[in-house]
Write a protein that binds this ligand. Structure first.
Ligand SMILES: *Cc1c(COP(=O)(O)O)cnc(C)c1O
Ligand SMILES: [Zn+2]
Length: 430
């Protein structure tokens, strides 16, 4: 079994390393614990491993002060992350601390009265939220002695890995479906690493990487979202931390999160729970909503049908960054949406495009298709009464519209005129 091969061949490479406050890897299904290492699946039950911390030594007010005095990037939360980077000596892109935009114009348009915010992660170094997760995986790769960074990607991750590897002096070799948007391909290739298109969809790419990881050809490779996945995934917690800190150390009432593999959504929930446990925010109910495109909606389909199991789909949507037909964390997303009183909803490609334009027109934020999915789903959730417009709501924009220009092709010139005032008047613009 590929999973076991990985666990045993890497045990020797993974000599004990100092990884900050991370105490161990713990199985999400059965709780079995193993020492920190580049492993991702439980040897007992094949469940996913995640980082278990010992935060018991933290004094709440001291921790808050330390965070507030920290750098304006994810490393301000170093005491809560698995692999604190020594940013003074180790090159890292240092993403995070992106803007939380108070979106009053969009709120008016959607009828939200309780405060609407857009967490705009297009402001990261490679213009998507993926820089957060890669920053964690890179530091883990360094600690475990890997020299090549790799991943299976729907586009944004490829760029984030390429850039992080370039900065840190790693080789990178990343794998994407062969038919991604041109903007994503260029953004991934420009950093000079190897970029390989695979004839197939993301789920095929992912399966290929799982094989490569168990093969001698993949030895010494850190796959950020496979054998480094427990560390990678923790990067998403920083979104939850930042949102609460930027709201004045307060939980939002509602968060709308896009779903590809579902990792981001599950770790946002983990981050909020940690802040509550640490006493950094007051414990009150919050709801997490998941957003998908109708053309790749395995999680929302399961949610609406009342199922616990997510049935894989073949993706067909313009929201390619979210086009994972067999999402690894799908069942956990269902748990979280149900436990918190949220929901999972989907929108059509046409609604995605409308929502991209709505966000741009109201707030001056140009989102990629994933942002269109989240804003579109927010609108739909308000219309069908699932999201309370009187409550504080945070919507994630996880990527930059410049990478998915095709989605809004046809948006262009208002008029073409001669360089004369007459011509300007004739065009009805005066
Ligand atoms: C990868 C990605 C997501 C979601 O990722 P998960 O796999 O669910 O963690 C959301 N938005 C964008 C733009 C992405 O690239
Ligand atoms: Zn287990």
């Amino acid at each position: 079994m590929a999973v076991q091969t990985v666990a045993s061949t890497t045990d020797t490479a993974a000599s004990p390393v100092d990884l900050g406050p991370a105490a161990a890897l713990s199985c999400r299904e059965c709780g079995h614990r193993v020492p920190l290492g580049p492993v991702f699946a439980c040897q007992e039950c094949f469940g996913p491993l995640e980082i278990a911390y010992d935060f018991s030594a933290h004094d709440t007010e001291e921790l808050r002060k330390r965070i507030e005095a920290g750098p304006a990037n994810i490393w301000r939360y170093a005491p809560l992350l698995p692999v604190p980077a020594d940013v003074a000596t180790k090159p890292n892109l240092n993403p995070g601390w992106t803007k939380l935009v108070k979106a009053d114009n969009l709120a008016r348009e959607l009828g939200v009265t309780g405060g609407l915010f857009v967490k705009d992660d297009s402001g990261n170094p490679t213009h998507s939220f993926k820089d957060r997760v890669v920053a964690q995986a890179l530091e883990a790769a360094r600690a475990f002695g890997f020299t090549t960074l790799s991943c299976s990607s729907t586009g944004n991750l490829a760029g984030a890995v390429g850039a992080a590897a370039a900065r840190a002096g790693f080789r990178s070799c990343v794998f994407i479906p062969h038919d991604l948007e041109q903007g994503k391909v260029v953004m991934a290739a420009v950093y000079g690493g190897e970029l390989v298109g695979i004839e197939g969809n993301y789920d095929d790419v992912n399966r290929f990487c799982s094989e490569l990881i168990g093969d001698p050809a993949g030895e010494g490779w850190g796959f950020v979202n496979v054998n480094l996945r427990p560390y990678y995934a923790e990067g998403s917690k920083t979104l939850a931390y930042e949102i609460c800190e930027q709201l004045g150390w307060r939980l939002p009432d509602q968060i709308v999160v896009p779903i590809a593999s579902g990792s981001q959504l599950t770790k946002i929930d983990k981050g909020l729970q940690e802040l509550i446990g640490l006493g950094l925010v007051e414990d009150r109910p919050y709801k997490i909503f998941g957003a998908q495109a109708e053309g790749c909606s395995p999680v929302s389909t399961a949610y609406k049908a009342g199922h616990d199991v997510v049935r894989p789909q073949k993706p067909n949507t313009i929201a390619k960054s979210l086009a994972i037909g067999n999402p690894a964390d799908g069942p956990y997303v269902l748990d979280i949406a149900r436990r918190t009183g949220g929901a999972v909803e989907d929108v059509t490609d046409e609604q995605v495009v409308d929502a991209i334009k709505l966000l741009a027109r109201t707030e001056g934020i140009f989102a990629e298709t994933a942002g269109g999915v989240t804003v579109g789903v927010t609108r739909k959730l308000i219309e069908n009464g699932l999201l309370d417009p009187a409550k504080t709501t945070v919507v994630l924009n996880t990527g930059d519209g410049l990478k998915t220009l095709d989605a809004v092709a046809g948006t262009g010139l208002t008029a073409t005129i001669r360089p004369t005032l007459d011509s300007f008047r004739e065009a009805g613009l005066a």
